[in-house]
Design a protein around this ligand. Structure first.
Ligand code: ADQ
Length: 410
């Protein structure tokens, strides 16, 4: 196909749910996906403007690709039917759908954080983007904090009227609410097949008998991986009795490798790993095992269960499902400790985790030391409360409550 050719909508009605796809030309990938979505909106919405770059061409593509998705959607659904849009890639889609005559309820769930006005206004197209979002009937975020940021951004940058649970503009009421997403728990709670768990077990044998701190994420600069490594290095420096007694396994799934900031982040991580292992490693003990690859949910479950500490330190995160999966996977009789960044959306719900500040290596080292020394009774008590939270709202209850609110929004 031509670089810009979209072609027909392809429909797969066999699946549950049915799936429709449109061709994603190379130009879209560079300008719309890597460009505007992942180099402008992603860093800015995660409060890391240093990594943001803004280009007119990327914005032009973002607009036209949102139009193309809206066009494809109108081929498949009647104009009065409800539509649920997902995430920052499609913030203009409600406006595009309205232009094409869609008058049914439209909701959007944002899977990443929403910034306050000081950050949002750095975007050269802030007004247009915000205005287009006011064509929604329901806008969902992970946390009340994101809802508040959105309300403040609208109050500062738009003429719309801001109410407690809604924003009103041009006669339309956009309901705004928090819908904290839950994890799919089953794969992390069922006993795993012996052959499936084999690789995880081999990995654990390599580090035995030392205690295990585990980090799992996509390799992304928002996940705070260098900061996590620095805090672990600080633990070994300031609490030397842990040397030889504890190892960190960091599993990073390759992600967005065409975006330069991600390649840079990978080099930075590898550098720090080499530094810590060179500084503290011994013939019989490697402090950090770094794995740049993906694992199946069953293998992850084995690792989560084996970890004394689940160490999750995003600088900013919409929710962070790894934290919830870690809790779900623990053995309630002898659970590990979740050490979680207070800047993950999950921290709003998982208040019984050890909440940590990823920007502060000495604080991180102190939190790790505390987690490693925590008594069985305290671990059990914290885990019992965390598991209650994680079990109460799952991926399914989250979807149901959003859809219910969407239908009620009119
Ligand atoms: P992500 O940024 O991708 O999601 P997260 O919520 O943690 O972050 O989800 C990651 C998923 O990938 C988890 O289910 C995890 O098990 C899996 N995963 C991570 N590392 C893996 C590995 N090495 N191998 C295999 N699987 C791995 C975005 C937002 C989050 C928000 C979710 C859902 O950035 O904040 O929680 O969407 O809304």
């Amino acid at each position: 196909t031509q670089d810009d050719e979209v072609g027909e909508v392809e429909l797969d009605e066999e699946g549950q749910p049915a799936l429709a796809a449109i061709n994603f030309p190379a130009n879209w990938y560079d300008n719309y996906y890597n460009g505007f979505s992942n180099r402008a909106l992603w860093p800015l919405f995660h409060s890391i403007p240093r990594y943001a770059s803004f280009a007119d061409k990327h914005w032009e593509y973002y607009r036209s690709v949102n139009d193309a998705f809206a066009m494809a959607a109108t081929e498949l659904i009647a104009p009065d039917k409800p539509v649920w849009i997902h995430d920052y890639h499609l913030l203009l889609a409600a406006r595009a759908l309205r232009k094409l005559g869609h008058n049914g309820p439209i909701g959007l769930f944002l899977h990443i954080p929403f910034p306050g006005p000081d950050l949002f206004e750095l975007l050269p197209w802030a007004d247009q983007l915000l205005d287009a979002m006011l064509d929604l009937d329901l806008l969902g975020f992970h946390t009340p904090h994101d809802v508040e940021n959105f309300r403040q951004t609208v109050a500062a940058l738009s003429p719309a009227l801001v109410e407690e649970n809604a924003v009103v503009h041009r006669g339309r009421r956009v309901r705004v609410a928090a819908f904290p997403i839950g994890a799919v728990l089953e794969p992390f709670q069922e006993p795993v097949e012996p052959e499936v768990a084999e690789e995880a077990i081999r990995l654990l044998q390599v580090i035995a008998p030392s205690r295990l701190i585990l980090g799992v994420d996509r390799l992304d600069y928002t996940k705070g991986i260098p900061e996590r490594l620095e805090a672990f290095g600080m633990l070994l420096e300031q609490y030397p009795h842990w040397r030889g007694q504890v190892s960190l396994i960091q599993i990073s799934v390759p992600s967005r490798e065409d975006v330069p900031e991600y390649a840079e982040q990978r080099r930075r991580i590898e550098n720090i790993v080499g530094h810590i292992n060179g500084e503290y490693g011994e013939a019989a003990w490697v402090p950090v095992r770094y794995l740049y690859r993906s694992y199946s949910p069953d293998q992850l479950a084995e690792l989560y269960r084996a970890a004394d500490v689940g160490y999750i330190t995003p600088l900013r995160d919409g929710m962070n499902l790894v934290a919830k999966e870690y809790v779900a996977a623990q053995n309630p009789d002898n659970p590990g400790v979740l050490v979680l960044s207070k800047f993950a959306g999950a921290a709003a719900e998982l208040t019984d985790a050890v909440l940590t500040n990823p920007w502060h290596p000495e604080g991180g080292a102190r939190d790790l030391d505390r987690a490693l020394r925590m008594s069985l009774a305290e671990r059990q008590e914290r885990h019992r409360r965390l598991l209650a939270v994680v079990s109460r709202s799952t991926a399914t209850t989250w979807a149901e409550s959003f859809l219910q609110a969407l239908l009620a929004a009119r």
